[in-house]
Design a protein around this ligand. Structure first.
Ligand code: ADP
Length: 497
């Protein structure tokens, strides 16, 4: 339980003022009503009080879990049909009856009862005063429609204002104006529907037009439509917000964990290498164990670095360092790097360029990684004694790089998913080394950071082709020139042409 504060809170002061003022207004109204200053049909006052009480106590259940209060409709009818004193007393009595019902059910507390009764009295007082003011200013007949609109609007505004002040004072973190606007914008259509219901009720009582009864279904259907749609949209927005939050938290968690893994991993690697240097002093089974430790530490290290890189890309922390680069040199460097693995399987690495490619502006280090990830996959999946071909070309400010292999291919149902993180098409990989399913996700992020696209085409048992398109600016300078731009968001390549 919250400890009781000795000080009076601003909300308590507000509640006191609102309740005291409404009690004064209700007292004067009761006097007018009892001593004949206000001449209302007693049955109408009692009837409207009961309807207000009923609508306050029983929310209308539009659909399972979607309930709305329809109190505004009879409150509005009372404002128009009764004298100010009659309307105020009918509202006060109705709200008290309704909230007593809630209180008995344990749904609301006494503060709710006090605040809602005061709110009912004050909003009725405001609306009934404005209704009569407009009516007397404009003349009873011609001014009636305008007065009805003013009364409805002021009832809506007064209710929203009284609630906004309460919310602002009790939460203290939202501005009054912002809260008021939020409440006003929240359900204007529903409110309009309720007021239309009120108007139909007025017509029914005043003009004895009972044919309007079936029409009451129209505003209710309208309300249902609006409320259900709104709830669905809110629910969808809430789900998206939760998913985004979970995603951010997961990203932060992965980044923190992988970062923390680096230090113990370095210790394992350091001691592993030390033991490997002293291999001569070890027994044969100890040597095997040391090699296994070092290989595992190496793999774990790669995985940790990959995860860190991905979380940096996700967090938008990667800043591209673009410079004029020679794409042929870049592919050659990738080939040199992977030559040993390819030679071990007897796989030929072939580069085909459509004419001498001009230097293009991109981040050569990041782009080299993209090509490395795809070519190493191609080598990994290709059968022995086959070829991996990399084709490059620049056409219309677009750099195209295509990497083809004659491996087992990718099943059509797996193809849309291979760029997702941690995805592995297991059926083509059975028996192969698992490397985390992150290589293509990283490649995609880097290509997109360059403002480009990447996709794969594949025929099962014939091979796969990965194509990269990147918008580039040609330049006259050659590889490893000065850094010409740094950018971290897609499609912001500087125009060099
Ligand atoms: P991994 O580290 O598992 O290779 P990637 O993100 O690089 O992760 O690739 C995801 C999956 O895409 C792979 O596990 C594999 O199933 C499929 N894949 C990628 N490249 C090829 C290829 N050249 N041939 C066949 N399948 C491939």
């Amino acid at each position: 339980m919250k400890p009781r504060s000795a000080l009076v809170t601003p909300f308590q002061v507000y509640l006191f003022v609102v309740v005291a003022f409404s009690a004064l207004i209700a007292g004067i109204s009761a006097r007018d009503l009892l001593f004949g200053a206000a001449r209302d049909n007693t049955w109408l006052v009692v009837g409207l009080s009961l309807v207000i009480g009923f609508t306050t106590a029983r929310l209308v259940e539009l659909r399972p879990n979607i309930k709305i209060s329809t109190r505004a409709a009879p409150q509005y009818a009372a404002i128009v049909l009764l004298s100010p004193a009659g309307a105020i007393i009918a509202t006060a009595a109705g709200v008290i009856v309704g909230y007593f019902f809630h209180l008995m059910r344990g749904r609301h507390n006494r503060i709710d009862l006090l605040f809602n009764t005061a709110q009912g009295v004050l909003s009725t007082w405001v609306a009934t005063s404005i209704y009569r003011l407009v009516l007397s200013a404009a003349g009873t007949n011609s001014g009636e429609p305008v007065a009805l609109i003013f009364a409805a609007a002021s009832l809506y505004m007064a209710n929203a204002f009284l609630i906004a002040v309460a919310v602002t004072l009790s939460r203290q973190n939202t501005g009054l104006f912002a809260t008021f606007l939020h409440l006003i914008r929240n359900d204007p259509l529903v409110y309009t529907a309720l007021l239309v219901t009120g108007l139909l009720a007025i017509l029914m009582v005043r003009e004895q037009q009972f044919w309007v009864v079936p029409l009451l279904i129209v505003p209710l259907a309208m309300t249902e439509h609006v409320v259900v749609k709104q709830r669905k949209e809110n629910e969808r927005d809430r789900k998206i917000a939760v998913m985004e939050e979970v995603d951010t938290l997961r990203g932060e968690f992965v980044a923190a964990v992988t970062h923390d893994l680096r230090t113990p991993l370095m210790t394992i690697k350091g001691f592993g290498e030390l033991l490997e240097d002293r291999e001569d002093e070890l027994m044969p089974d100890e040597r095997t164990a040391v090699r296994a430790i070092n290989t595992s530490a190496e793999r774990l290290g790669e995985l940790v670095e990959t995860l860190l890189q991905l979380s940096e890309l996700d967090a938008g922390m990667v800043v591209l360092e673009t410079r004029p680069s020679d794409i042929s040199n870049l592919v050659r460097r990738v080939f040199e790097h992977l030559r040993y693995t390819a030679d071990n399987k007897g796989i030929g690495l072939v580069m085909e360029a459509s004419g001498p490619p001009p230097p293009v502006v991109l981040d050569p280090i990041r782009f080299e990684q993209v090509i490395t990830n795809i070519v190493s996959n191609a080598i990994k999946f290709s059968p022995a004694e086959s070829k991996v071909v990399v084709r490059t070309g620049v056409l219309d400010e677009t750099l195209t790089v295509q990497i083809s292999d004659s491996g087992p291919g990718i099943a059509p149902e797996a193809l849309p998913h291979i760029f997702e993180r941690f995805y592995r098409a297991s059926q083509v990989e059975a028996g192969r080394r698992q490397t985390g399913g992150l290589g293509l996700a990283i490649a995609k992020s880097i290509v997109e950071l360059h403002g480009g696209t990447i996709w794969a085409e594949s025929v099962v048992r014939q091979g796969s082709t990965f194509t990269i398109h990147v918008p580039v600016c040609r330049t006259n300078s050659s590889d490893d020139g000065p850094v010409v731009a740094q950018f971290s968001s897609p499609r912001s390549l500087p125009n060099q042409s």
